[in-house]
Design a protein around this ligand. Structure first.
Ligand code: ADP
Ligand code: ZN
Length: 666
């Protein structure tokens, strides 16, 4: 039924929905005169639009007013019972046509912030996204929910592109994902305007920040959206933005009049562990040994060569490991990425070239074999683990050679002074994180200006606190060894001297005749290596970046050598470390029978995903599978109540899931 209405006020009366009243008021405020004719299309109560000037090619705010309730959309379409964190507030804000900048940690649920309004409003929501893989994933996931969505990007062939453009023109699409460069393509925005845009979302918005690590020049052009469509709300979303970056996003995208929503940085489901790097591969192998082969994860290495070696080695150990770095052919890279997304149990060994926009929710661990560049980089890289909220692990092996390498890079850098100073501070902050004897999450969050009231209980420092001791004497011995041997030798040799190793080299250098020869037998080799690293991190010694990694004394060491300053050192940890610990948490709540159901459901999921050529998590997330396995529903109505089961998924998979459960119960 289509009714002609006389005035804005009448719409409010007809609808009786407070939201519409609110929106109608807002319309008067925003748009001034709205013309004197309006059409409301019932009966689905979704379309309320205004012909004439207001719905012209500019596609302004008046184009879509909708009484559809966001919570109903969340429940019916997405199958989730409630909004999380700031989601409800953000959705409400966008529906009342406010602009917003949303800062939420990875896995916080940013996509729902614009997908729910997109389905409440009647018209097109355009999402700008920097990566094709990310767009494809989102479109596939939306298709599973029965939502008409598509992506336009350079990876499409001509026919596919035409099909999307046709859907755009006929108004069939609710969400359109595009790459940033598309926005400035000739004529494109005219087509968007004709499709009555109701919302713009800019994902990974930190890409607009010129000094940021992910800067994408095309993002600068997005300012055109605010200028050309002043009436359409715009939301920018990101997981990483410090103060200056935030301000840059607001300024460049023209969000000055909007609201900023900040959700804390904490990722409570990620367990942080830092180990001293001794034999990195063996340590990695031990770390992996505690994890089932179905788990996927990422191993970050500093160089391409190390990526290749490590991937080869892991494959020889029987892991399904693939390499990823910028030196590989484009096809190999995308094939490997595809495997990682689609199959279970792939370990991606990669340089930092891998990962931006990787939206895989069930990455269970991120391991670093080399020190990342900064805490920000570490936070972002480890943030790719556990987006689904289930327990995940961030594991980092770090040693003196990392410190030497990074400090050396800085020393040789030709960047301007102020930039070098900043980078220096960033490195120091990272070392502080690695060396801390107290809660790591506190240090991490503190770096982002967030305070954690209690130690987290989910990092190695909380779970297995390192033993500290008055290490003044050990520090004096170590510093003397550096001094007496002429500030030319690396840790290996210094430890030989302290332990009194009677080797050819030690003798030929005459170091067996030094007073420090053999004075350090109270501690083992690993302990000494750790002490030297801690002394460097404390600034009492430094790595000679000009020489061959020999250690030098720093100014601060005098007070220690004179006995005027005490030094607290950490003893090396045992090898027990955190192996398997977080698995225990992951499995909590599933008894053996439920665990068996979970495995059966997982097999079903793989089958369903293969048949459609989509990643398994697009069919069901692990969280959903776990909920089903725990509840073991017998009836479709019970299944429908579980989180992650919306109407479309129930219709599509309900029968298969119930059949698999029944089969298991027999
Ligand atoms: P982000 O983009 O912020 O990293 P996503 O939008 O990918 O996060 O969401 C992370 C995960 O949380 C997804 O599995 C998503 O389905 C889930 N999720 C988001 N919001 C909710 C909610 N309100 N209730 C239940 N699950 C949610
Ligand atoms: Zn902690």
């Amino acid at each position: 039924m289509v009714r002609k209405l006389g005035s804005i006020r009448e719409i409010a009366v007809v609808s009786m929905a407070s939201r519409v009243r609110k929106l109608a008021n807002g319309l008067l405020r925003f748009g001034g005169r709205a013309g004197n004719e309006a059409i409301a299309c019932w009966p689905d109560k979704r379309r309320v639009c205004y012909p004439g000037r207001m719905i012209g090619p500019a596609g302004n705010r008046a184009a879509a007013l909708s009484p559809r309730d966001p919570l109903a959309v969340l429940r019916e379409v997405f199958g989730y019972p409630a909004f999380r964190g700031a989601q409800a507030e953000i959705v409400e804000h966008l529906l009342t046509r406010g602009d917003a900048l949303v800062l939420m940690p990875t896995g916080g649920g940013k996509s729902l912030c614009y997908q729910v309004p997109a389905l409440c409003l009647d018209g097109l929501t355009m999402v700008v996204s920097p990566l094709i893989a990310l767009m494809q994933d989102q479109v596939a996931a939306l298709a599973q929910l029965g939502v008409p969505a598509a992506a336009l990007h350079s990876g499409l062939d001509r026919d596919a592109q035409r099909a999307v453009e046709r859907d755009l023109a006929t108004g069939r699409l609710r969400l359109l994902y595009v790459a940033p460069e598309r926005v400035t393509a000739p004529g494109f925005l005219d087509r968007v305007a004709a499709a009555a845009p109701v919302l713009f979302a800019i994902d990974e918005a930190h890409c607009v920040a010129q000094w940021g690590h992910d800067f994408r020049p095309d993002y600068l052009q997005l300012a055109v959206l605010r200028q050309r469509f002043p009436g359409v709300p715009l939301v920018a979303l990101t997981a990483t933005a410090d103060g200056p970056t935030r301000r840059e996003i607001v300024a460049r995208l023209g969000l000055g009049a909007g609201r900023v929503f900040v959700q804390g940085f904490d990722r409570p489901n990620i367990r942080y562990t830092v180990v001293e790097k001794l034999q990195p591969r063996q340590q990695l192998a031990r770390f992996l040994a505690g994890r089932p082969a179905t788990e996927s994860g990422i191993v970050y290495c500093m160089s391409r060569a190390r990526v290749e070696e490590t991937a080869d080695w892991l494959r020889r150990q029987g892991r399904d490991a693939l390499p990823y770095h910028a030196g590989l052919d484009r096809e190999v890279r995308s094939a490997n990425q595809e495997r990682f997304l689609r199959d279970e149990g792939v370990v991606m060994v990669a340089t930092i070239a891998f990962g931006m926009g990787i939206d895989k929710p069930d990455v269970r661990f991120v391991a670093h074999l080399d020190l990342p560049k900064s805490i920000e980089a570490y936070y972002q890289e480890t943030g790719r683990a556990g987006r689904d909220g289930l327990p995940a692990e961030a594991w980092l092996a770090y040693g003196l050679e990392d410190v030497a390498r990074l400090r050396g890079l800085l020393a040789r850098s030709e960047a301007p002074d102020h930039q070098r100073r900043t980078e220096w501070q960033k490195l120091e902050a990272l070392l502080g994180f690695c060396e801390t004897a107290s809660c790591r999450r506190r240090v991490l969050l503190g770096h982002f200006g967030e305070e954690l009231a209690e130690p987290c209980g989910n990092c190695d420092a909380c779970l297995d606190p390192p033993a500290t001791f008055d290490g003044t004497e050990a520090a004096q011995q170590a510093l003397s060894a550096i001094y007496r041997t002429g500030q030319r030798f690396g840790v290996g040799h210094l430890v030989d001297v302290l332990l009194g190793v009677d080797s050819e080299r030690v003798r030929s250098l005459g170091h067996d005749r030094l007073g420090v020869f053999g004075v350090g037998r109270a501690h083992g080799r690993d302990a000494w290596r750790g002490f030297f690293r801690q002394l460097v991190a404390m600034g009492l010694a430094e790595v000679d970046t000009e020489g061959h990694g020999g250690l030098l004394l720093s100014d601060g060491c005098r007070d220690v050598l004179r006995g005027e300053r005490r030094v607290v050192l950490c003893r090396p940890r045992g090898r027990r470390a955190t192996k398997g610990a977080s698995r225990a948490v992951a499995d909590a709540g599933l008894d053996p029978q439920a665990e068996a159901r979970f495995e059966a459901l997982r097999a079903l999921r793989v089958e369903l995903a293969r048949a459609q050529g989509v990643p398994p998590y697009v069919v069901f997330h692990d969280t959903t599978l776990r909920a089903i396995a725990a509840a073991a529903p017998r009836k479709s109505a019970d299944l429908a109540r579980l989180p992650g089961i919306g109407a479309a998924k129930l219709a599509r998979y309900g029968a298969a899931v119930l059949a698999a459960l029944a089969e298991k119960a027999r």
